[in-house]
Write a protein that binds this ligand. Structure first.
Ligand code: ADP
Length: 844
């Protein structure tokens, strides 16, 4: 140290002179720079070290204002204020400012002391400065570091605590710790770790002390801890405890992480894994989970052991060992499929079906499906698969296939058979169709023949009746003239012959009608005994003439009131009784009636009950041989030709009788002994009738009609004459014409009250003429009453005439009673009265 005396420095006046060297030493060694400033802060003295620091000579400095000379401009004003404030602060002070030195700006810490002025001199300031530039930098760095660490400390996402190792008390806690536990830093400083724990074993004070102890021994502790916050909420944390030194004192640093979410996720994972395992281990299929490179197995369900007959343990050890069990025939295909999969992104797929040979030699057929297991980002990190035992299904399919094949065979065979049968059927149908066509042709021919027959019969009856009509009409007219005895006899013969002829024609007509199925029975109430009496009366005369007895024997309980066709019943009886009288010479004829079973009481009529009756006609005549008995019911048959000649007849009577009986619901039979007599029996069924028929009013003689104008159209002169005479006798005016056209012309010319129109006329027929009259322009003329007159006696004729515009219908030969009825109808129409219902019908 340089102890050479600085000439600028005054010796301390209050120190003894021998202490001068001490002062000089102080002057030069105290601090890095010592200056003495006068009142105006001018430099009075400066230490040598100070000059060296400034890098100046003493001459350059002394007397100059100190702030301007050496202080950094920004600190100059502050320095002046500090200097001025010195006296008030007891004369001493500390200051810091930058000094402009030869080494640049340096930071100096100053001790300032005011020196009182002596001997009338003004006070001065002694300033002793120390260069603290390097120390300040260190402090600054320290501060900065501290701030950085605190920042990290608070920014940490985990809670961090600093504890006193000895007492366990919290010294520091970061912001996260405050947020996590809810205590303020001040509150925390008054607590120990036990206060932030669940507080019961194994999360109590004892346990935390033990862990702290271990940490202090240099064994860092990492453990899960159940913590408790200020609100009492328990939550899971992970705690990291380690020992540390701080300011020379032993500390424990605790880093605490909230792992609530992780715990929850772990639990959820555990549960889902449990479920997954339960599922995988329950299903019959083998489930497996492996690496996407197909080389590792993480999981395989126990079903593998059942299906493969090998342990899962072995498969975990050697993940490809399942391939060893694949049937040698299928192995190549399976390996091929696997090789194609390896090294590629996994997509869902199916391996070809393959067989597995178990250690016991049994074989199962399996189908393996696989699919990727992807994470949240879609990356497949696992491959999973399901292997299904399809042995039974395969067997069933095979079986089904075989059954199908058999079925197809059967169907083919059946089809062949069906085709064959079809061919046969077609052939048969064709044959049948041909046969039917032939039959239809035959039927048509038969119908045509039948129609021809009917037409022939109708024509014949017409042809025969017309002259017969003439004969009968003329006979009636003749009878009204004066005749002598023999003439009356001849006339009677004529009438009888004509009557017989009419009966024959009626027979033929009846028969043809029955044959053509055109005969319908009426259903009217009648008295049975009355009918029998009329037959008895009708034929009794003939019997009497032959000296034969004729009697009727009706059982008492046979019901009398019946519903049916009395006329046809009478016709049957007349036929049989007539024959009986005809073929009997001695003895008599008896008509008998009885019930077939029990006779019904009359009350049964209320229920519409029907009664079957048995009729018999017995005679004591010539009888019929057995060979003839079956033939005589055939038409045109007679037992003995010689009798025919003797008794006449057509051989139609029994044929008609048999058919009428059948229409009455019965049958006819015969018992006969030739030479002794015959008994004809027949049955018939009738409904019982509750009410007797209206008593037929005794036909009154027609009331006299007003004279009318009658037009008579008939081509047959005889017929025309007869009718004309009848009309004239009744006081009517008559115009007679011979064909239809003349009739139409006559009506057009003059008014008539009635037209009697023959149907069959040469030229314009009756039907055509009637239509022409109805079409006349004069309404009165067109509406004239027209009555058809015809020998057309076939069923349906009446309807035909009425639809052609006729009002009424008369059949030939015309009888006076019928003519009177028609005249009365016309008269009623003329007078505007309601005409009586037309009762015209075919005769017989
Ligand atoms: P016909 O009109 O010719 O009498 P029928 O059919 O009534 O025709 O009778 C046929 C034949 O049956 C008669 O010709 C006759 O030979 C025989 N015959 C019918 N009734 C008797 C009877 N009561 N006794 C004997 N012969 C009979």
């Amino acid at each position: 140290m340089n102890t050479t005396r600085n000439p600028d420095v005054p010796l301390a006046p209050d120190l003894p002179a021998h202490d001068g060297p001490l002062f000089a030493t102080l002057w030069e060694t105290a601090g890095d720079i010592v200056v003495l400033l006068d009142r105006g802060a001018r430099l009075e003295a400066i230490s040598d070290r100070g000059l060296a620091l400034l890098g100046r000579t003493r001459a350059q400095c002394l007397g100059r204002g100190w702030p301007d000379l050496a202080v950094a401009p920004e600190d100059r004003a502050r320095l002046r204020r500090e200097l001025e404030a010195l006296p008030e602060n007891g004369g001493t002070g500390l200051a810091e400012h930058d000094l402009v030195t030869a080494r640049g700006t340096r930071r100096l810490a100053w001790a300032l002391a005011a020196l009182p002025g002596r001997d009338g001199r003004p006070p001065r300031v002694l300033a002793c400065g120390r260069d603290i530039t390097d120390m300040a930098a260190t402090v600054k760095t320290l501060r900065e570091n501290e701030a950085a660490y605190r920042c990290i400390f608070n920014a940490a996402s985990d809670a961090i605590f600093l504890n006193d190792a000895e007492t366990g008390a919290y010294l520091e806690a970061n912001e996260r710790a405050v947020a996590l536990y809810g205590y303020t830093p001040a509150e925390l400083r008054a607590m120990s770790p036990a206060g932030l724990s669940a507080g019961y074993p194994p999360y109590g004070a004892e346990e935390i002390r033990e862990k702290t102890r271990l940490a202090r021994q240099g064994q860092p502790q990492l453990f899960e801890w159940l913590s408790r916050d200020k609100a009492g909420r328990l939550f899971w944390t992970e705690v990291n405890l380690r020992q540390g030194l701080h300011s020379g004192r032993e500390r424990i640093i605790a880093v605490v992480r909230d792992i609530t979410e992780r715990k929850m996720a772990e639990r959820a994972l555990r549960e889902s894994e449990k479920k997954f395992r339960q599922l995988a281990e329950t299903i019959d299929e083998v489930f497996w989970l492996g690496s996407p490179d197909w080389k590792r197995i993480f999981y395989i369900s126990p079903a593998y052991e059942r299906l493969w007959g090998r342990s899962t343990k072995r498969l975990y050890e050697a993940p490809l060992s399942w391939l060893d069990a694949v049937h040698p025939v299928d192995r190549e295909q399976v390996l091929g499929a696997l090789t194609a999969l390896i090294g590629r992104p996994v997509t869902p797929g199916v391996l070809p079906e393959y067989r597995v040979v178990r250690p016991d030699g049994s074989v199962r057929r399996v189908q393996a499906r696989y699919f990727p297991v992807a994470d949240d980002t879609g990356v497949a990190y696992r491959v999973a698969g399901i292997i299904e035992d399809v042995t039974d299904r395969y067997a069933a399919q095979e079986q089904l296939k075989r059954v199908n094949e058999r079925l197809e065979d059967m169907v083919r065979e059946r089809t062949r058979t069906l085709n064959r049968m079809n061919q046969e059927l077609i052939r048969e149908v064709t044959e049948r169709r041909d046969a039917e066509a032939a039959m239809a042709m035959a039927k048509e021919a038969a119908e045509a023949a039948s129609q021809a027959k009917s037409a022939f019969l109708a024509n014949m009856s017409h042809e025969i009746r017309t002259p017969l009509n003439g004969i009968l009409g003329m006979a009636q007219i003749l009878a009204a003239t004066p005749l002598d005895g023999p003439q009356q006899g001849f006339l009677k013969d004529i009438e009888e012959s004509a009557g017989s002829l009419l009966a024959i024609i009626n027979d033929i007509l009846d028969f043809s009608k029955i044959e053509a199925d055109r005969l319908e029975l009426s259903r009217e109430p009648f008295g049975l005994r009355g009918v029998l009496a009329s037959v008895e009366a009708g034929l009794g005369v003939l019997a009497q003439e032959k000296g034969l007895g004729l009697s009727v024997d009706v059982a008492e309980d046979v019901p009398d009131l019946l519903l049916g066709d009395a006329d046809r019943l009478r016709q049957v009886l007349v036929n049989l009784v007539g024959n009986a009288v005809k073929f009997t010479e001695h003895g008599g004829v008896v008509i008998g009636v009885q019930c077939v079973e029990a006779c019904l009481p009359p009350e049964a009529a209320e229920d519409h009950a029907s009664q079957e009756l048995l009729f018999s006609v017995s005679d004591t005549g010539i009888g019929i041989g057995a060979e003839d008995a079956s033939r005589i019911f055939e038409p045109f048959t007679q037992a003995d030709d010689s009798y025919t000649r003797r008794f006449g007849g057509t051989g139609l009577g029994l044929a008609i009788t048999k058919r009428l009986v059948a229409l009455m619901g019965g049958s006819i039979g015969l018992e006969s002994v030739p030479g002794q007599g015959s008994v004809f029996t027949f049955t018939a069924r009738f409904e019982l009738e509750a009410y007797p028929p209206e008593p037929a009013a005794a036909a009154p003689s027609p009331p006299p009609l007003p004279p009318m104008d009658v037009l008579l159209a008939d081509d047959n002169r005889v017929h025309r004459d007869i009718i004309e005479k009848w009309l004239l006798r009744r006081g009517h005016r008559v115009v007679a014409v011979a064909d239809g056209q003349e009739a139409v012309d006559a009506v057009a010319r003059a008014p008539f009250d009635l037209v009697l129109m023959d149907i069959q006329m040469p030229g314009m027929g009756g039907l055509e003429a009637a239509r022409a009259i109805r079409a006349l322009p004069h309404p009165g003329r067109a509406a004239v009453s027209i009555a058809a007159v015809t020998a057309h006696a076939m069923a349906g004729d009446r309807e035909r005439f009425l639809t052609a515009g006729m009002d009424d219908y008369l059949s030939k030969p015309v009888v006076q009673r019928e003519l009177d009825r028609v005249l009365a109808g016309a008269a009623a129409k003329v007078s505007g009265a309601v005409p009586p219902p037309g009762q015209a019908g075919p005769d017989g």
